[in-house]
Design a protein around this ligand. Structure first.
Ligand SMILES: C[S@@+](CC[C@H](N)C(=O)[O-])C[C@H]1O[C@@H](n2cnc3c(N)ncnc32)[C@H](O)[C@@H]1O
Length: 253
């Protein structure tokens, strides 16, 4: 039964992305359709089908290479928390126990888009809103050990502060999922998580191709600027995932 429901949900996601592609030329309609869809479809699933598998693959690689402590998981952009939960489940399966899960979200959806993020209107203020309370409920009801979880609430420009670094025992990052759609959000997330990145950290950018194949918008621009800002950093491309995702390995000289 669960498998049938999953398959049905996959069909719905495929139809949804076809309708989205069509509506992209009509921003007002796109926005209205997206609101209706998320109001009536409250299902607890990820928006990007291949993302859980990418998280699994990333942890498998890290686990194979490390005997001891691998560091923590950081996710920027949770929506209803599905991918975040999967990160926990996969680490359990892989017998990775000494790990904490840090999630960063406004829990009010996307901020108002500005500058290059306005693009064709595919992202808009309030999109993907889900309250912190509902995310916590989703996670705990599905068995996540909440003692390993820290959810940081707020728009990144307000929440990703210097002070935050001393408020929790953040450790080096094994896997970082950047699923926050926008150029500006990705810039803010990378700047804050910078001090936890290490040689070998796997960066999963779920929205790498969300603005197309160019590198002058969205996550490609944010990542390139971030790498250029530090002489010691370089990236190795790993694989593509989902509709728009791209996985990289950070190398620190
Ligand atoms: C596409 S959804 C995340 C999907 C989720 N990872 C999943 O797999 O279901 C994008 C999320 O990023 C968050 N977000 C984007 N930019 C943000 C910002 N500047 N500050 C806080 N949250 C932000 C939104 O609130 C939203 O929950």
């Amino acid at each position: 039964m669960a498998e049938l429901l999953n398959e049905l949900s996959d069909v719905v996601l495929t139809i949804k992305s076809k309708i989205e592609d069509f509506l992209r030329d009509y921003p007002a309609l796109f926005k209205a359709a997206s609101k209706v869809y998320h109001t009536f479809n409250g299902s607890f699933r990820t928006l990007s089908k291949g993302t859980p598998e990418a998280i699994h693959k990333a942890f498998s690689i890290i686990k194979n290479e490390n005997q001891g402590d691998i560091g923590d998981y950081y996710e920027f952009g949770l929506f209803r928390g599905y991918a975040f939960l999967k990160a926990y489940e996969y680490t359990q399966q892989l017998n990775i126990n000494d790990i904490h899960f840090y999630g960063f979200d406004s829990f009010k959806g996307l901020p108002e888009t500005q500058g290059i993020d306005v693009a064709d209107g595919r992202f808009f203020e309030g999109q993907f809103a889900c309250s912190k309370q509902d995310v916590e409920k989703n996670l705990s009801e599905h068995g996540m050990d909440m003692s390993k979880v820290v959810l940081v609430e707020g728009y990144y420009e307000d929440s990703l502060t210097k002070e935050l670094h001393s408020q929790h025992s953040f450790r080096p990052a094994s896997v970082v999922l950047l699923d926050c759609d926008l150029y500006s959000s990705t810039v803010e997330a990378l700047a804050w998580v910078d001090q936890y990145l290490q040689d070998g950290t796997i960066l999963l950018l779920d929205d790498y191709f969300s603005f197309g194949d160019g590198d002058d918008l969205g996550q490609p621009k944010a990542l390139q600027e971030f790498i250029d800002s530090n002489d010691r950093y370089s990236i190795e491309h790993l694989w593509r995932f989902s509709h728009n995702g791209n996985a990289f390995r950070l190398r620190v000289a």
